[in-house]
Design a protein around this ligand. Sequence first.
Ligand code: SAH
Length: 276
Amino acid sequence: MESSKKLNGAKRRHTASNGNSKAERVNIIEEEQNPKASKRRKSEGLVSKSSSFLDKMKAKLSGGHFRMLNEKLYTCTGEEALEYFNDDPTLFDAYHAGYQEQMSHWPELPVNIIIKWLKDHSLSLVVADFGCGDARLAKGVKNKVFSFDLISNDPSVISCDMSNTPLGSSSVDVAVFCLSLMGTNFPSYLNEAHRILRPRGWLLIAEVKSRFDSNTGGADPKKFTKAVCDLGFTSVAKDYSNKMFILFYFKKKVEQNSKNKDIDWPELKPCLYKRR
Ligand code: SAH
């Protein structure tokens, strides 16, 4: 309840600082009440220049804050991230405002590709969305979806570190990681997905392309695929067609892998967003 109040507050703040709409509103009211003053202020550029300067400064500050939070999430464990956001849930709102801003520049969102994939499959598939953000996936399909994230601002989202979800073993048909393999302990998230998936269940992973670009220090996608297969999956398909992200499609093997097998996971470098 407390955190949803904070979210609403954050949304209001976000709307208020969004673009020039506030300056335009000031202009309209002023024009109606005092046309002369309005003309002067306009000719002196007092209204739109000062407010757009303030808007730009605010955007710069929040952009910097987002990049700091984003880097934090990529360089700590899920457990540390959970503690960090629980200490101050408004940081989660700040992260998500920045995340949505970044996503607004992407020509296509991976979550929409996953929604389409689910719509092309049976409605009866039970889905677990690991690192769901604003639960866009659950809102976009009619399937039963369990949505997990560090902080819950919506009653449908279960707040937890996704290396340890409250679901039983072999209880879901599809596990989704959409841009959410963030923590340094990401293999433990995939381990958890393996635990809760039924045999032959699907594992869908969408990740930022640069994290798998070996020319710029990214992981070798073949090494990543092999590690996921060693965990107990079969690789079904990979989709490199999008400019911004890769999609991996795996299925859980029917036979259990030997439990103590050492898996050689590649490091997944952080995805650091550029200043705009
Ligand atoms: N899947 C959503 C959001 C992606 S942003 C989408 O495609 O729009 C990545 C999300 O993963 C963030 O909301 C972040 O809080 C969440 N996340 C990262 N590590 C997590 C963890 N250990 N446990 C739960 N959620 C995590």
